[in-house]
Design a protein around this ligand. Structure first.
Ligand code: SF4
Length: 185
């Protein structure tokens, strides 16, 4: 069984009464919607990549999750059940949906757990994100990627900057289903 309970401080403070889970993948190589070379904000490289540079345990986690390939979401589902997770956000420390098969597998896992709140930020906007999206998944289209031209502004959006509700310190804002502005991502 993999451990999906997160130590991410923002997530833990955002959901103090929940058991919060997340898994992440290696940034950039697992981010098909990121700009070539990875996201850059205010002249700085991807935040997750910088976290990985500081913490070997994060890099070890990335490798372990990468190695599961398409089996990842089935393994996550088992751990969500056994660890009694109530809120789950994928990719809090890097990565994204790899392709349509990966996203569909994630959605199947989510749909089987209607009592768990799932939310996700994604730049994989080239995928069909909506026709299979389970009702208990809040999905935010993250600006700043190579598929920004595909963003549907009638749906939820996350951006580094201003214009939406401030979700910089509290991720429960995004999970509640509103578009958010962030200081970094
Ligand atoms: S999508 Fe996220 S994890 Fe991937 S390169 Fe961009 S900021 Fe980093």
């Amino acid at each position: 069984m993999i451990n999906v309970l997160t130590g991410n401080k923002k997530l833990l403070s955002s959901f103090p009464r929940d058991r919060v889970g997340s898994v992440s993948r290696t940034p950039i190589k697992s981010c098909p919607g990121a700009p070539k070379g990875g996201c850059v904000f205010s002249g700085k490289a991807c935040y997750c990549l910088r976290i990985g540079a500081m913490y070997p345990s994060v890099r070890k986690h990335w490798r372990a999750m990468d190695s599961l390939g398409f089996r990842l979401w089935a393994a996550v589902g088992e751990s969500i059940d056994s660890q009694r997770v109530t809120v789950f956000r994928p990719f809090s420390s890097g990565g994204d949906f790899l392709n349509q098969r990966d996203y569909n597998s994630f959605c199947s896992m989510v749909a089987k757990r209607p009592d768990v709140k799932f939310y996700a930020y994604t730049k994989s906007l080239h995928l069909d994100l909506w026709s299979r999206k389970p009702i208990n998944l809040v999905l935010l289209q993250s600006e700043g990627g190579r598929y920004d031209h595909l963003i549907d502004y009638s749906k939820l959006v996350a951006r580094v900057g201003v214009g939406f509700a401030d979700g910089s310190e509290d991720d429960s804002v995004a999970a509640a289903g509103v578009s958010v502005s962030l200081k970094a991502h």
